[in-house]
Design a protein around this ligand. Structure first.
Ligand code: SF4
Length: 304
């Protein structure tokens, strides 16, 4: 039976010949959209802890974190190949020499086949990309960019602090270094509609990125988004609308772009709204069911 979409696990198995596991690395990172360089307050949905709730302490070195996580995941899953995943906040927002040190430590750790840095489009200057390339050796590098929406008005409302043009420029420059690109998109932003989600899939397809993470917007306590929600300044669309938008997104996504997730995974204790009270896997199953109902697969409406 034909796969409904290309999973990240399958893409990595095709690339490395066996299953590859991500090992989170927690750097003492901040973000130019929080520290005043680009903006203050950050994206309206961004919580004080960022997204790295599975992380070890950032007082440990990169190598120590990788070795601890490798031992745990390696023994649990008999895993041998790993991606060093720099996930929390903006992981390329460091001086060049520090960036080199982090990259070198990860690249020299046994079993690491790939380095993945989550960051922002305005934090991948050529000096940083050159620093990563010079220390990564023969390891593949993926730069994961938050974009969330292709609608310029929505980007302003969610206070991303960068433009769509900066994202496009970042993707093109990252590719010129031989690195792959991942992109995060939120598919139920209240200021976006179905057409915006389709336009997002078309844009990342045109740009030839490698992998996407599709997220549900969740509302974390203490964020500006939480304040707006409680003040009834917007409503979250119904779950059924999310399923339709996600299926549309997949249909317009080039078939060789892998999908890492189809809904957000967050600890419920920190949120006042998350995934309509469903598990992420239930939303994934509903999206797959919607695709089956449509007789559809990834890329069926990708025009090239
Ligand atoms: S770019 Fe990332 S780390 Fe920075 S404020 Fe936005 S969500 Fe938070």
């Amino acid at each position: 039976m034909e796969d409904l979409y290309l999973t990240y696990a399958k893409q990595m198995r095709n690339r490395y010949g066996e299953k590859v596991y991500k090992l989170p690395v927690n750097l003492p990172a901040t973000c130019p959209n929080r520290d005043g360089t680009r903006g203050t307050g950050g994206c309206i949905f961004c919580g004080a802890k960022g997204t790295g709730f599975e992380n070890l302490s950032n007082r440990l070195t990169v190598r120590e974190q990788l070795e601890i996580n490798k031992k745990y995941i390696g023994e649990k899953y008999k895993a041998k190949l790993f991606v060093a995943y720099f996930q929390n906040f903006t992981n390329t927002y460091f001086p060049v020499e520090i960036m080199k040190r982090y990259t070198k430590e990860a690249a020299e750790t046994d079993g690491i086949v790939e380095l993945c840095f989550a960051t922002r489009p305005d934090c991948v200057g050529d000096d940083i990309l050159e620093a990563i390339r010079s220390e990564a050796g023969d390891k593949q590098v993926c730069i994961e960019l938050g974009l969330q929406s292709v609608n310029p008005d929505t980007l302003k409302i969610i206070n991303r602090g960068h433009t769509l043009e900066e994202y496009i420029d970042a993707v093109e420059r990252i590719h010129s270094y031989g690195f792959t690109v991942g992109t995060h998109m939120i598919l139920n932003l209240p200021w976006d509609n179905r057409e915006d989600c389709i336009a997002g899939a078309e844009l990342v397809s045109e740009l030839g990125i490698d992998t996407v993470k599709a997220h549900t917007l969740y509302i974390e306590k203490g964020t500006e988004l939480c304040r707006m929600y409680e003040a009834k300044e917007f409503e979250i669309c119904p779950k059924e609308e999310y399923i339709i938008r996600a299926a549309d997104f997949i249909e317009h996504l080039r078939p060789d772009i892998s999908i890492q997730r189809l809904a957000s995974r967050v600890p419920n204790g920190d949120t006042i709204f998350c995934n309509w009270g469903s598990g992420w896997w239930k939303l994934r199953d509903m999206i797959e069911e919607e695709l089956r109902k449509r007789g559809s697969v990834q890329g069926i409406k990708w025009r090239k």
